[in-house]
Design a protein around this ligand. Structure first.
Ligand SMILES: *[C@@H]1O[C@H](CO)[C@@H](O)[C@H](O)[C@H]1NC(C)=O
Ligand SMILES: *[C@@H]1O[C@H](CO)[C@@H](O)[C@H](O)[C@H]1NC(C)=O
Ligand SMILES: *[C@@H]1O[C@H](CO)[C@@H](O)[C@H](O)[C@H]1NC(C)=O
Ligand SMILES: *[C@@H]1O[C@H](CO)[C@@H](O)[C@H](O)[C@H]1NC(C)=O
Ligand SMILES: *[C@@H]1O[C@H](CO)[C@@H](O)[C@H](O)[C@H]1NC(C)=O
Length: 440
């Protein structure tokens, strides 16, 4: 089955190779502290339910102890390395039906299996492997929506496969549109939904035979895509992603007027830097969430998972043929991926600050570093039969299922567990703040 998302996919159309080489040391020492203030918790307090730790079971006190201790969660779980894991994978293409055709690498003859046998080891702490029972238990009566492009769909299908050890969802979508699906895990009353919106803002495909004969995408950078903004107020968790599509040729609109474009070649239309459209669109998106009155959920912004074309661009013979991960000292983020990543972190920061005033929670699902190290995890030419004519012949953008993208659920579950603790902390801070005000 060829989904339109697939047909239209051309990740780096007419992108000039921008070479911004930044050493990894710089990223770790410079960028990360600068852009990751949100993983450093403001207070060094852990709330421990005393009954769990020290009290015997018959101890009925409801007192909570506040302990000052070395915070394990001070550790940035997104910085680390891949280590061998002989237990993986946790499903196969015969146990899970949710694998998208183009990511079913084993079916299309991928010969090596080493790429399946790794897990993420954060520097200075541990990241437990995803536990589907625990996840579903935490999601009782809850709802989660994936909003974005086909890499977001890739993540969602990975999650469905990991959960398939416990339960399969039933499709409760109200129509046949494959770009908008809703599923239910009936035993857990957990709703999972997917909204296809690769730009997150409103997009209109130009009429290819229109006056300008361009076939370009028209992006309305200041208009969030109503296809998802009108649907998500009741959700408990949103997982947003975007990036790859912004490398394509498009015409940018603000206030309904053309303000410039990306490689459109139209007379009198200014060509803008690659990041211009993305920054505006992401700002618009996050603002839209902040202004949804009824939305009370948590928004996870998933950062860019870099593509790994080597030896050429996606349409110029580039491919990804490695069979194992890089170590963290062997590569670094550069070029367009770095630009997009910085934009994501910046816009996240702005939105999270604004959100605090409005009782909205934003979290960064910061997958970039981990995925940068996995050039071996893409379908490459094993996303279709060799004689098939597909646009992205060597796919170094999406991820094989099973494969390294399964670890995103390890991170997601970790962050969901942290949510409870963070909520408590924020309440505590609030109380402390009130107390201080009272005393002064
Ligand atoms: C699963 O992968 C195997 C190769 O490992 C392949 O022979 C088979 O056709 C695949 N099955 C499905 C349902 O994709
Ligand atoms: C889920 O909802 C049902 C019905 O409203 C309620 O009885 C149950 O306690 C809820 N469970 C959780 C874990 O919130
Ligand atoms: C399912 O969860 C919703 C909240 O998301 C709740 O309103 C409803 O009562 C629950 N239904 C059951 C049968 O537990
Ligand atoms: C571009 O701008 C110039 C100067 O303002 C004008 O003469 C010309 O007609 C414009 N071309 C188009 C195609 O709009
Ligand atoms: C990267 O680190 C590993 C282990 O710490 C070391 O063995 C290796 O030589 C380093 N590689 C480079 C390119 O620095």
């Amino acid at each position: 089955m060829e989904l339109p998302i697939w047909r239209n996919f051309s990740p780096a159309q007419r992108t000039p190779s921008i070479l911004i080489l930044v050493s990894l040391t710089l990223i770790i020492l410079g960028l990360i502290p600068l852009y990751h203030p949100f993983y450093r918790y403001p207070v060094n307090l852990v709330v421990v339910h005393s009954s769990k730790i020290t009290s015997p079971p018959y101890h009925t006190t409801k007192d909570k102890k506040i302990k000052i201790m070395e915070r394990e969660d001070m550790c940035n779980v997104f910085i680390g390395d891949w280590v061998p894991n002989s237990d993986a994978p946790y499903y196969t293409n015969t146990t899970c039906w949710a694998i998208h055709e183009h990511q079913n690498c084993m079916k299309y003859g991928r010969p090596d299996t080493e790429f399946l046998k790794w897990k993420w080891k954060p520097k200075g702490c541990e990241l437990p492997i995803f536990n589907p029972y625990q996840f579903l238990d935490m999601m009782r009566n809850k709802s989660m929506a994936f909003i974005g492009d086909s890499v977001g769909r890739n993540q969602m299908q990975s999650l469905i496969c990991l959960l398939s050890r416990v339960e399969y969802p039933i499709d409760i979508s109200y129509d046949e549109d494959q770009n908008f699906r809703t599923w239910k895990y009936t035993t857990y009353n957990f709703t999972l939904a997917a909204y296809w919106s690769p730009y997150l803002v409103t997009v209109k495909e130009s009429d290819p035979d229109g006056p300008s004969h361009t076939g370009l995408f028209n992006l309305y950078l200041d208009e969030p895509d109503p296809k998802w903004t009108t649907q998500i107020e009741q959700f408990n968790y949103l997982i947003l992603n975007s990036a790859h599509w912004f490398t394509r040729c498009s015409v940018y609109y603000e206030k309904n007027q053309i303000i410039g474009c990306r490689y459109c070649g139209l007379p009198n239309v200014t060509d803008l830097p690659i990041n211009y459209g993305y920054q505006k669109a992401l700002k618009t998106t996050l603002k839209a969430i902040n202004s949804l009155e009824k939305f009370k959920g948590v928004t996870f912004l998933r950062t860019i998972a870099p593509s790994h074309f080597e030896g050429g661009e996606w349409n110029k013979g580039g491919n990804c043929v490695r069979k194992g991960p890089f170590r963290s000292n062997e590569t670094s983020l550069d070029g367009v991926s770095l630009e997009f990543y910085k934009t994501q972190v910046e816009e996240f920061k702005v939105a999270a600050e604004e959100g605090k005033k409005k009782g909205k929670r934003f979290r960064l699902l910061d997958m970039t570093q981990a995925m940068l190290l996995r050039p071996d995890g893409h379908p490459s030419r094993y996303g279709h039969w060799p004689n098939e004519n597909v646009v992205l012949y060597n796919d170094c953008v999406h991820w094989c299922l099973p494969g390294p993208i399964d670890s995103w659920s390890d991170f997601l579950l970790h962050m969901l567990k942290m949510e409870g603790r963070r909520a408590l902390e924020e309440k505590l801070q609030l109380k402390q703040g009130v107390k201080k005000e009272w005393q002064s």
